[in-house]
Design a protein. Structure first.
Length: 150
C-alpha cells in the first residue's frame, strides 16, 4: 500500500514518544488505517456511527466538566466524572487546534460497565474513527463503549 507523506507522518506521530509518552498504538503492529477499518466493521455490526458515539461521549463530558471534578449522576444510571489535567495536546492526525487534557470516567450502573476516555479520544473517534490500537493506554473497544454509554 503506497502511503502519502501525510499518512507516513501520522503513523509516526502515533508511536510512543512523539505526541505522548505512551503513544496511541499500544502493542498493535498494524497500520493505523487497518485499525480504523477493523473498528469501522465493528461499528457496522453494532449499527452505529462514530459520530453518534462521539456525540454521546461529548454529552457526558460536558455534564461532567460542569461539575468541577466532582462526580455527576445522570438519569440515575450513569456516574461520570471529569478529572482536569493542566495543558493541552495536539492531535496525532494533525487536526487544527489544541485539545484540553483531562480524563472522563463513566460507570453505567445498569450493566456495571466502566469506561474512561479523554477529550482527544472524542476528537479522534469523531474525525477519524480511531479508537486507538490494541493495548494502548486509552484504547476504547467499540462494543464495550457502546454498551456503556447507550
Amino acid at each position: 500500500m503506497k502511503q502519502t507523506p501525510k499518512e507516513i507522518q501520522i503513523q509516526e506521530r502515533l508511536k510512543p514518544g512523539i505526541v505522548t509518552l505512551e503513544g496511541f498504538l499500544g502493542k498493535d503492529k498494524r497500520h493505523y488505517q487497518e485499525i480504523i477499518a477493523e473498528d469501522q466493521e465493528k461499528l457496522k455490526e453494532l449499527q452505529i456511527t462514530k459520530e453518534l458515539i462521539a456525540d454521546r461521549m461529548q454529552y457526558f463530558t460536558d455534564i461532567a466538566l460542569m461539575n468541577n471534578d466532582e462526580e455527576a449522576i445522570i438519569d440515575d444510571i450513569y456516574n461520570v466524572q471529569y478529572l482536569t489535567e493542566r495543558g493541552k495536546i495536539v492531535s496525532p492526525f494533525m487536526d487544527k487546534g489544541l485539545i484540553a487534557k483531562g480524563r472522563i470516567t463513566l460507570h453505567n450502573k445498569t450493566n456495571d460497565l466502566k469506561v474512561c476516555w479523554t477529550p482527544l479520544n472524542i476528537s479522534m473517534i469523531r474525525n477519524h474513527g480511531f479508537f486507538e490500537g490494541k493495548g494502548a493506554k486509552h484504547r476504547l473497544e467499540p462494543e464495550i463503549l457502546v454498551k456503556a454509554i447507550f
